[in-house]
Design a protein around this ligand. Structure first.
Ligand SMILES: C[S@@+](CC[C@H](N)C(=O)[O-])C[C@H]1O[C@@H](n2cnc3c(N)ncnc32)[C@H](O)[C@@H]1O
Length: 230
């Protein structure tokens, strides 16, 4: 339909992003229900904001429910998309980063654990931490159901409750705010990979040894993965 570039499917819920206010989004929702029988609910996702990076959701069509179950990397997740950051389009990147991890691992901004559980599946010891209690509850639930057991810690990453160089590998997925967490992340890590939102793969205070462009955020802003020994 004119003005709609695509949608994200999470389990049986379709999410469309706001591009222009001139579209009849409810008609788009009804059309999606007709063309894809897997879809049971359609929501419009408005601007992502706040520390938890959760998008505001507006119900458009089908069931008015935000809990759904989906599978990624052979792991089943039941999540509430209104309470935690979700981006299923990053599945390939999660697979790649989980293969880079080795030794004792910290997933510093774990959310509901899409990366932590992949790393745990590789039989590595992983600590999953986040500020979002609801996200960590989902992670605990999904850990049990998949029989994968990361250590789950509720914390504010500005003050990490770990000793110097506790982790062989730390992954820090908070692209829009990564700068403010760097001192703590470097303190507890031997090797650190961060995601960073910027024009170029340069992050002050971080000695980049390798980088990769992950995706295009807007016309001249990109998400990069930057890694370094600490
Ligand atoms: C971009 S999301 C990434 C979540 C997860 N890695 C994923 O792929 O779904 C950023 C995460 O950082 C968490 N966060 C934001 N501020 C934080 C803080 N001060 N301490 C710990 N976690 C924080 C949010 O709750 C959110 O889960």
């Amino acid at each position: 339909m004119k003005g709609v570039s695509g949608y994200q499917l999470i389990g049986d819920i379709a999410l469309i992003s706001l591009k222009t206010s001139y579209i009849d989004y409810r008609a788009v929702g009804e059309a999606l229900l007709k063309i894809n029988k897997r879809i049971r609910a359609v929501f419009l996702k408005r601007r992502v904001s706040g520390d938890f990076r959760i998008g505001e959701l507006i119900h458009l069509a089908g069931e008015n429910r935000t809990v759904t179950t989906y599978k990624e990397g052979g792991i089943t997740f039941t999540i509430d998309i209104s309470k935690v950051y979700v981006n299923t389009t990053l599945s390939a990147e999660r697979e790649e980063i989980s293969k880079l991890a080795s030794g004792k691992v910290l997933d510093a901004f774990s959310g509901y654990g899409p990366v932590s559980l992949r790393i745990a599946k590789r039989r590595l010891y992983v600590v999953a931490g986040d500020l979002n209690y609801d996200g960590l509850e989902m992670l605990r639930y999904n850990s049990k159901r998949n029989k994968l057991y990361p250590d789950v810690v509720l914390y504010d990453c500005h003050f990490l409750p770990f000793r110097e160089k506790s982790f062989d590998f730390t992954l820090a997925d908070n692209p829009s705010a990564i700068r403010e967490f760097l001192p703590e992340l470097i303190r507890v890590s031997k090797e650190l990979c961060v995601y960073f939102l910027g024009k170029k793969p340069i992050l002050e205070g971080f000695n980049v040894s390798s980088w990769k462009k992950i995706n295009e955020y807007s016309k001249d802003l990109f998400i990069f993965r930057l890694c370094s020994k600490c």
